[in-house]
Design a protein around this ligand. Structure first.
Ligand SMILES: Nc1nc2c(c(=O)[nH]1)N[C@H]1C(S)=C(S)[C@@H](COP(=O)(O)O)O[C@H]1N2
Ligand SMILES: [Mo]
Length: 429
């Protein structure tokens, strides 16, 4: 055994011990022998190009891309029409490591009116309505103000467990986590002087459809950001360049991109977008969905991935809650009959993706993998059965109904491991 191999074996024995599970020595032949084979270092033609030197590039052997939702070929997709709207592409969660989504791999959706091409030197943010001093900021003026940076997830309401999604991208691909930096909205609102009786803000973007969203004043003063930076670089055009609202823990649609106007008001303004698509039609729910509940997803092994052999594998995934930090994640490998704690990987941050890991010994039998998030408020992520029962409907109705109807659809997505090691969606249709 060479030294690489023995250190790998030490790690594999340590893993289960750290996870608190009892696992015997590895079955003979179950670990991949480490060979001396490495890919030949090939000088790629552009290695010294001006662009490579100035902006960097990834290895040509790394081919992770954002898959197109629906899995169609790009040019034949039904939405590739000569209009600004484009198909949704998903965060490649199945290959994710840690908690930060690279900007290039952040999902992209809901641009029915195109992605505006904004010159930051001409962009302004206006704050008006029920304020003592209406204000207009240029980007330069905003950049002179004190700013904060925070790691937060974002999740589109359309992202949820389904019985038909074949991959983790097809089900939960519209979520991502970044370090967002910008000016606290509370600072700008204090500067403008919010008048008595003002209880909401209306934020509006400059995209063609003027996407706008009403946000309660209490939230606006709590932790909302007017963000211009994402993972250390200017927010990308897809994500709202040069300026976006970021409303941590709320449904993604609150985080208005290409932000140019905040009106301080005394009631929610049900603008076209909000009224047409975002309201919860159940009047007894108050029409609005705010924070997203506790949720977790197994990213590996997930749909269409493959366990190549029996033995020790790391079940890994992401958990989050719109209401705070993740306290615990439990994993079941037997369809929910028994559960055990997964390890949370640092950092565990409020309203951010949290990585969890669970060392598992696969004996080659069929297995049903589930994960369940418990947040710091003690809220537990439901199964689809529990979710349907809570809303007093049947499971088929849960799947059929528009996503906003039942609030945040945070029920568990099971993955089924077959005897041949292939992985399938584990929800019955
Ligand atoms: N101006 C504007 N803001 C917008 C949208 C939009 O279409 N226009 N889409 C919303 C929706 S539905 C989501 S899920 C998030 C997605 O943000 P992201 O693209 O940075 O992930 O932006 C929100 N903000
Ligand atoms: Mo969304």
């Amino acid at each position: 055994m060479n030294s690489k191999q023995s250190s790998r074996r030490r790690f594999l024995r340590a893993g289960p011990a750290l996870a608190g599970a009892v696992v015997g020595p590895l079955a003979t032949g179950s670990a991949t022998p480490v060979s001396a084979q490495t890919s030949e270092a090939v000088a790629t033609p552009d290695v010294n190009s001006r662009e490579s030197l100035r902006y960097g590039r990834r290895s040509r052997f790394v081919t992770t891309y954002r898959p197109l939702e629906g899995g169609d070929d790009h040019m034949s997709h039904r939405l590739m029409r000569p209009m600004p709207s484009r198909p949704t592409v998903s965060t490649p969660l199945g290959e994710s490591v840690g908690i930060i989504t690279p900007n290039s791999l952040h999902f992209s959706t809901q641009h029915e009116y195109g992605v505006p091409d904004i010159n930051p030197r001409e962009h302004e943010l206006m704050i008006h309505g029920m304020v003592d001093r209406p204000l207009v900021f240029t980007m330069e003026e905003l950049r002179r103000l004190p700013y904060v940076s925070r790691v937060y997830y974002i999740q589109c309401t359309g992202s949820k467990a389904t019985p038909t999604g074949r991959t983790v991208e097809a089900t939960f691909g519209r979520t991502a986590c970044s370090e967002w930096a910008g000016v606290p909205l509370s600072l700008l609102l204090r500067e403008a002087g919010v008048q008595k009786g003002a209880s909401w803000i209306l934020a509006e973007g400059v995209d063609g459809g003027k996407h706008s969203k009403s946000v309660p004043m209490a939230k606006a003063m709590e932790d909302v950001l007017v963000a211009y930076s994402q993972n250390g670089e200017p927010v990308r055009p897809d994500n709202g360049f040069p300026l976006r609202l970021f409303v941590p823990g709320f449904e993604g649609l609150y985080s208005v991109k290409w932000l140019h106007r905040i009106k301080v008001v005394d009631k929610p303004y049900l603008t076209f977008q909000e009224q047409r698509r975002y309201l919860n039609p159940r009047a007894n729910q108050g029409h609005f969905n705010f924070e997203q509940g506790p949720i977790s997803i197994i990213t590996f092994p997930s749909g269409e991935q493959q366990l190549s052999k029996r033995g020790v594998w790391m079940i890994t995934g992401l958990a989050w809650s719109g209401m705070g930090a993740v306290r615990r994640v439990e994993v079941s490998t037997d369809g929910g009959r028994t559960w055990a704690d997964a390890q949370l990987q640092d950092p565990v941050l409020k309203r951010a993706h949290t990585r969890f890991n669970f060392t598992w010994r696969w004996e080659g039998d069929e297995a049903m993998l589930l994960s369940r998030c418990i947040d710091e408020l003690g809220q537990v992520q439901p199964t689809v059965e529990e979710f349907a029962k809570f809303w007093g409907v049947g499971i088929p109705q849960v799947y059929r109904t528009p996503v906003n109807y039942f609030g945040h659809a945070n029920f568990i997505q099971p993955w089924k491991v077959l005897r041949d090691g292939s992985v399938r969606n584990g929800l019955a249709t």
